[in-house]
Design a protein around this ligand. Structure first.
Ligand SMILES: [Fe+2]
Length: 334
């Protein structure tokens, strides 16, 4: 199967207090606000190649509004839509900000996904945000510890393996690894990728039946040193680090977790391996093998099982997300 998707391009989040979140992402994370419209506030990291990588939009709860992937070509966008609809999901075409004609649909576990080919290749050529280096779209953030770019998103689903297989079969994601319970062959985590990274889409087991939840999204650093500066600044700013800094076994990235003002979990990560093997066979890990934390010496905070929005609300069933809920998800109302 040809590769249809190239990489994660943006994540859109809902939050009850848009201005508090925007202030946090600008002044603590070090992102740049690039625009506002009725759909939300658009933000970018200094190294993001397109206009924006994060959209903050108003909603009753912290939640994943949508996650967007850029296809590998205009033809791949059409092919991907054909495959989505052949697999039984139906979405809608829309005109997105700086992404042209885009397709939005709700996947079987309730996650709204946007696919697009068109982008605006972003580069400040003059003014305070222009870089002296030709390849940089923007000068490095003046906020210490600002991440370079968006990295991945990890969602929740009631059947981890079935989720991974659906996204593999429809789009050609490679399944890179999975974690099973110590006491039973039940998958609790899996990672998928569209490129050489260990993952740009993760999935954790959701004990609730609520549709479309997310566990976290992640930014990227070039070096561990920069991530540790960010960790230092979080402490200076009085922002609790939920876990880390430490190293994942799966992927081998250095990472830490913290929360934004809406309580949404942010991961900072760097390093890890590159994997170019087209027919990679995913291995099965157990937590005791260091899948989550290679050092295996820290307690797993109960809070890490928090996902967003909270567990009560519209539900998915074993047959998938009911059509009336899908309609609401597409409109961003759930
Ligand atoms: Fe992650």
């Amino acid at each position: 199967m040809i590769t249809l998707l190239s990489h994660l391009s943006y994540v859109a989040l809902t939050t009850p207090d848009v201005e508090a979140s925007v202030d946090f992402y600008v002044n603590q994370v070090g992102m740049t606000e690039v625009g506002r419209d009725d759909d939300g506030v658009y933000l970018r990291c200094w190294g993001d190649y397109y206009s924006y990588s994060l959209v903050i939009t108003a909603g009753d709860e912290p939640a994943l509004h949508s996650m967007a992937w850029r296809t590998t070509s205009a033809e791949a966008l059409e092919a991907a839509v054909e495959r989505i609809e052949a697999a039984g999901s139906v979405g809608e075409w829309f005109e997105g900000r700086d992404i042209g004609r885009a397709y939005r649909f709700v996947g079987p576990w309730g996650h709204t996904m946007v696919l697009h080919w068109d982008v605006v290749h972003h580069r400040y050529t003059e003014g305070d945000l222009a870089s002296t280096f030709p390849d940089r779209p923007q000068r490095r953030s003046r906020v210490a510890g600002a991440p370079r770019q968006l990295d991945h998103v990890t969602i929740c689903a009631s059947d981890v393996d079935a989720f991974a297989k659906w996204y593999r079969d429809v789009f050609g994601f490679r399944i890179m690894a999975r974690t099973v319970l110590e006491e039973a062959p039940i998958s609790v985590f899996s990672v998928l990728t569209t490129n050489e990274k260990s993952h740009d889409l993760g999935v954790v087991l959701d004990g609730s039946t609520r549709a479309g939840r997310v566990n976290h999204f992640a930014f990227w650093y070039d070096t561990r040193e920069e991530m540790l500066i960010a960790a230092d600044l979080l402490m200076e700013n009085g922002t609790m680090i939920e876990y880390g800094p430490t190293i994942h076994g799966i992927g081998e990235q250095s990472f830490l977790y913290y929360r934004d003002p809406s309580t949404m979990r942010i991961e900072l990560n760097t390093g890890g391996y590159r994997n170019y093997v087209p027919d990679w066979e995913p291995q099965t890990w157990k937590t005791s093998q260091g899948s989550y934390d290679i050092y295996r010496n820290a307690g797993f905070p109960v809070s890490l099982s928090d996902s967003f929005p909270p567990a009560d609300g519209p539900t998915a069933t074993e047959e998938g997300v009911p059509d009336e809920i899908k309609a609401d998800l597409l409109k961003g109302r759930v």
